[in-house]
Design a protein around this ligand. Structure first.
Ligand SMILES: *Cc1c(COP(=O)(O)O)cnc(C)c1O
Length: 373
């Protein structure tokens, strides 16, 4: 038995010939930067998501920085984001010089809680030191945040919604895919994400033509209409042509993989419902299942029990953002984000990938149920 947490080797076996062929094609034409594969991928992503503009970028982190820079978010501006997320979400805010304000999450969905957002927003407004500009939602573990509630709330207050869908590409809400929510969406093609490449990569999605043009400029050193016109301070945030060639092939098996992820999730839900707290999806949500994350009692002992059986598991995430030294000064200390703090002590992510066999998965289910007697 050799259970993989994320199984990129099996995936490679299934697409190998085409990937190698397409890498060869890139090496032959030599357009390593912004080659035809990048434009082809952008068209395919646009069609998949059903949005007006898709731009390939260099990573999920840059996919967050690029729209913030393009929208002119910076010093004096405040960006609301969940305290329970991956570091990159908070990092992007600090990198553009804006101030993060943490928001607690819902204990059942792990996503931003509107009641906490409202409370934090009122605090910022009454202090009057920072200008509320952006709500940076995170679609954690593959489930979209509750945009049905958050988007109209933001619109009323003229706040931009930036969706961190790094973990949710392929997930949907009421039939609309991640990428079609918020004013702009960032995603990541880091290898272990639902749609991953063979290195770093990411993309931004929007229906706002003006913002798309600014993001395209930011992506290439603030270029204007001519390559050597510089109209703003930008960065080098392009997606490599080689990675685009890889992603086009991964996209061709993506729907099938998403179905398999749903199969794996359904088996966990049925098999584990009595021993741990399985993930809760809001009405109309289909998760991309970047992670299958349960809440457990006695986590350390369970992890040890699983390790003895060679079953991998991971803790995403062991500390909330406001406990991490670089971000702590922007938070309000222990007890200020009670749900995020509690979840950090209870969550455990189980092996989740489209290539997980029924037999292997049954071993995971049995081992957990055995632990809880
Ligand atoms: C992975 C991830 C990112 C960053 O993506 P990279 O491609 O690794 O830069 C940002 N936000 C979240 C929630 C992520 O999971």
């Amino acid at each position: 038995m050799n259970i993989q947490f994320i199984d990129l080797a099996s995936q490679y076996e299934s697409i190998k010939d085409n990937v190698l062929r397409d890498i060869q094609i890139v090496l032959s034409h030599g357009k390593y930067i912004m080659g035809p594969e990048v434009l082809d991928l952008e068209e395919k992503l646009k069609a998949y998501v059903s949005c007006e503009h898709a731009l390939g970028v260099s990573s999920g982190t840059d996919a967050l920085v690029v729209p913030l820079l393009a929208a002119g978010v910076g010093p004096g501006d405040c960006v609301f984001l969940p305290a329970f997320t991956y570091t990159a979400t908070a990092e992007a805010v600090l990198l553009v010089g804006a101030s993060p304000v943490f928001v607690d999450v819902d204990e059942r969905t792990f996503n931003m809680d509107l009641t906490s957002l409202e409370k934090q927003y009122k605090k910022v407004v009454s202090k009057g030191e920072l200008k509320p500009r952006v709500v940076l939602t995170v679609d954690l573990f593959g489930q979209l945040a509750n945009y049905n509630a958050i988007s109209p709330w933001c619109k009323e207050r003229d706040l931009m919604v930036l969706a961190d869908s790094a973990q949710a590409f392929g997930g949907s809400l009421n039939g609309r895919f991640a990428g079609a929510f918020g004013d702009v969406t960032a995603t990541s093609f880091y290898p272990s994400k639902p749609l991953g490449c063979y290195g770093d990569g990411g993309a931004v999605f929007t229906n706002d033509g003006e913002l798309a043009e600014k993001m395209s400029s930011v992506r290439t050193h603030g270029k204007g209409s001519h390559k050597y016109d510089v109209v703003r301070v930008g960065m080098n945030a392009r997606l490599d042509t080689l990675q685009a060639a890889v992603l086009i092939n991964k996209l061709s098996v993506f729907d099938k993989e998403m179905e398999e992820r749903q199969r794996v999730a359904a088996v966990y839900e049925e098999g584990l419902a009595t021993s741990v707290q399985v993930p809760h999806l809001i009405d109309g949500a289909v998760s991309a299942w970047a992670q299958y994350t349960v809440r457990v009692r006695d986590r350390e002992a369970l992890v040890e029990h699983l390790q003895e059986k060679k079953i991998p598991s991971m803790v995403f995430y062991p500390r909330p953002m406001h406990f991490q030294p670089p971000y702590a000064p922007y938070g309000e200390g222990p007890g200020s984000m009670p749900v995020s703090e509690m979840l950090c002590g209870e969550v455990l992510s189980l092996p989740m990938n489209p290539y997980l066999s029924s037999n292997d998965q049954q071993c995971v289910v049995n081992a957990i149920n055995e632990f809880y007697g």
